[in-house]
Design a protein around this ligand. Structure first.
Ligand code: SAH
Ligand code: MG
Length: 204
C-alpha cells in the first residue's frame, strides 16, 4: 500500500475511488511546480490521498480547516460525531484526530495544517497553486467564498477539484454544483472528469 495508514480507517466523507482520483490529480499537479491546497481537512481522509502524492513529488499540501465542523457536524445534527466534540469548549474539534492521523500517515513534513476559517486565510493568500480541492462548508455563502477566494490562485494547467457535486437536487445540496457551473461558465476551466460526487476541472 502506498499510504502509511489506510485512508479507509480514517473518519470522513470520501469514497475510495474518489480518493484515488484525488491522489492521481495531485501527482499530475505537482509537475507544475506549485503547491496543492485543500479546504476541509476534517480527520484527514482526503489529506492522506493528496498528501501522499505530494510527498512522492517532494511537494507541499496546505490543509485548511477551522476544525469546528460544518453545519451538519454540529451537536444534534445528522453527521455529529460525539468523539469529535470538545465538551469544555462546547464546540466540535477534529484537530486532535486530524493531527494523530497526519502523524500515522507520516505526512508531517509534507502537509501544512492551517487551523483557521477558509475566508480569512484566502484573503491573505499570495502563492500560486497547482491544485485546489474544495470540500469545506456547503452553504451557498461558504462555497462561493471558497470559489472566489481560492480559484484565482490556480495556475494554467492546474486542477480545481470540488466534492459533493450532485447533478440532481434530490441527491444533495446545491452549492458545490453551483460553483462547478460557475467555474465552467467562466471559460477558464474544462471538466476533465466527474467521478461520483467529485468534479475535476482543468484550468486552461
Ligand atoms: N475532506 C474531508 C471532509 C471535510 S468535511 C474528508 O475527506 O473526509 C468539511 C470540513 O470543512 C469540516 O471539517 C469543517 O470544519 C470544515 N469547514 C467548514 N466550513 C469551513 C470554513 N469556512 N473554513 C474552514 N473550514 C471549514
Ligand atoms: Mg465532501
Amino acid at each position: 500500500m502506498r499510504y502509511d495508514i489506510s485512508p479507509q480507517a480514517i473518519k470522513g466523507f470520501l469514497d475510495p475511488a474518489e480518493g484515488e482520483a484525488l491522489y492521481h490529480a495531485a501527482l499530475a499537479a505537482c509537475e507544475l511546480q506549485a503547491c496543492c491546497l485543500e479546504v476541509g481537512s476534517y480527520c484527514g481522509k482526503s489529506t492522506v490521498y493528496l498528501g501522499t502524492a505530494c510527498r512522492e513529488r517532494s511537494a507541499v499540501l496546505f490543509s485548511v480547516d477551522h476544525h469546528r465542523g460544518s453545519e451538519e457536524h454540529q451537536l444534534n445534527e445528522e453527521y455529529h460525531d460525539p468523539a469529535l466534540y470538545d465538551a469544555e469548549a462546547g464546540l466540535m474539534d477534529s484537530w486532535p484526530e486530524f493531527r494523530r492521523n497526519l502523524r500515522a500517515a507520516r505526512l508531517e513534513d509534507t502537509v501544512v495544517p492551517i487551523v483557521a476559517g477558509s475566508e480569512l486565510v484566502a484573503r491573505h493568500w499570495n502563492s500560486k497553486l497547482s491544485l485546489v480541492f474544495i470540500d469545506g462548508g456547503h452553504s451557498r455563502q461558504a462555497a462561493l467564498a471558497d470559489y472566489r477566494g481560492w480559484v484565482p490562485h490556480i495556475v494554467p494547467g492546474g486542477t480545481l477539484a470540488i466534492h459533493d457535486v450532485f447533478e440532481h437536487p434530490e441527491e444533495g445540496g446545491r452549492a458545490p454544483f453551483e460553483i462547478r457551473e460557475l467555474a465552467l461558465a467562466s471559460g477558464l476551466f474544462t471538466l476533465s472528469r466527474q467521478l461520483q460526487s467529485l468534479a475535476l476541472l482543468r484550468r486552461t
